[in-house]
Design a protein around this ligand. Sequence first.
Ligand code: ATP
Ligand code: MG
Ligand code: MG
Length: 586
Amino acid sequence: DPEHPPHFLRAAIERDLADGTYAARRWAGSPGDAVHHASGDRDPMPVRTRFPPEPNGHLHIGHAKSIGLNFGLAREFGGVCHLRMDDTNPEKEEQAYVEGIVEMVRWLGWNWGAGDTQHLYHASDYFEFMYRAAEALVSDGLAYVDEQSGDELRASRGDYASAGVASPWRDRPREESLARLREMRKGRHPDGSMVLRARIDLASPNLQLRDPVLYRIRHVPHHRTGSAWCIYPAYIYAHPIEDALECITHSIATLEFVEHGAFYDWLLAHLVRLGLVQAPPPRQYEFGRLNLTRTVTSKRKLKALVDEGFVDGWDDPRLPTLAGLRRRGFTAAAVRNFVEATGASRHAAWVPYEALEQALRDDLDERAPRAMAVINPLPLDLQNWAEEFGTLTSVPCTAPVHPMHPQRGLRHFGLGPRLWIDRADFEAEPSKGFRRLAPGRRVRLKYGLIVECTGFQRAAGGEVESVQARIVPGSRSGTPGADAHKVSATITWLAQHDAVAAELHLLEPLFGVERPDEGEADFRSLVNPDSRRIARGFVEPTLATAGPGHHVQLERLGYFVADLHRHRAGTPVFNRSTALRSSLPG
Ligand code: ATP
Ligand code: MG
Ligand code: MG
């Protein structure tokens, strides 16, 4: 199947489908009230995956990859992908992040509904189950309450070179651990005074099997459960249970979690044996993270950039957050296509930012209407206007909405005696290779006519402040013989009488270096101070009615989008999404 190239995740799913591994699973509706799966009907879904963000920040381009894999594989195999808030860690989590996550997964075009069921879950709904499972593990001799200090505990776990050392509490009677665990839950002990640990193997080469911590005391309210809990499960313990309760079949994680895999299997095998979760349990598979050059993809670092004022919020168009990319004008299709093209491998991938930009061009080239704009306006006066057009103050011009799709119609705008051209299109003393307007030179005003430069003025500071030209008779676009005139270039322009003043935000990558978080320097010191330049220019009158989020190709300048927050019809604000080619300066 050329649309679905083989990769190890797809192969794992195909193998399980062929073997009927999960064919006998039962699904009993929402797992929120902690499983009575055995009483449910056979699960109608051949495959269940999940995308499990922690709501401690907003989603970024790396998450889009995980979203694409999980939702994409579920759809490909006729299954369903759950959206699960992995909200087990109260300190940094917020409802606002939950809402932002839901919005962006939806924006990418995915949904978590199947039939009448909305598969949107919260790990915090399973706290009661997780706690009961912990008591069961303690009663079974598989977990104990450890009262060592945090430092003692860390030191006693050893490292890759040396085995761990048993805690003095490791062999305490089960009843004593159980009593302590109940006291922990009731809030009888302060933060950090004790933890619940699994009892596995202190000599294991896998550090995650050296009696990992399952529960910590944290007298901190949770954004959903309020003050119901003062102990919270560790990720390593919570995640397998979340997957099992939701009848996940293939739990796709990033490579940092490879060492967690053995504990994942250990825990679920015991919970199956204790009759707490169904067999066969889900399995974890790891793939390499997506890293994008010239930016950082870590919620912690993105939060620092926002909190420390390097950018204007999580949806700043310079950020690789999905909200930022959307605001910059990246389309959901471009993001989806981009992450899909990166495939899935067992190695972390560094993908050039330019590949993301190219995915956007590939999407917008077909779709985006065209228009003209002037970023750095320079007045150009047509001195022989009256000779050509008499008392007319405006002459109508047209251009195709899309050059490849004539059926999409024409744009209409005026040509008048006073124009705006871009500063970059005029040189008083033309440099070598410069082919656009200069004294004595002829250029075509695109969709308009040919002009010949007759003069210019400089301001006191030496900068050119106005240019004069005369119309070449008979050169109007569309008239017979107009193409016979020789010109050295064609430039874009706007008539002063109908151009619309606009703010044009010209955005560069936030970091000048390829991998800002891999070197010695703190990533903050590598932020590009010129990542945003705000130009006060003009756009074609056809854009006067564009709404926020409107995509347009401004001819020669790039793809732009009307800003989602600040754009108004009377005072347009456009962000440059990407230049037309990958190395276009300015
Ligand atoms: P961060 O380091 O940015 O905080 P995270 O992995 O802690 O990311 P989660 O909210 O736990 O963030 O991520 C949800 C899912 O998205 C996880 O399954 C995680 O593995 C995956 N994910 C996060 N970042 C990337 C990435 N760069 N590439 C691919 N998948 C990612
Ligand atoms: Mg995480
Ligand atoms: Mg994280």
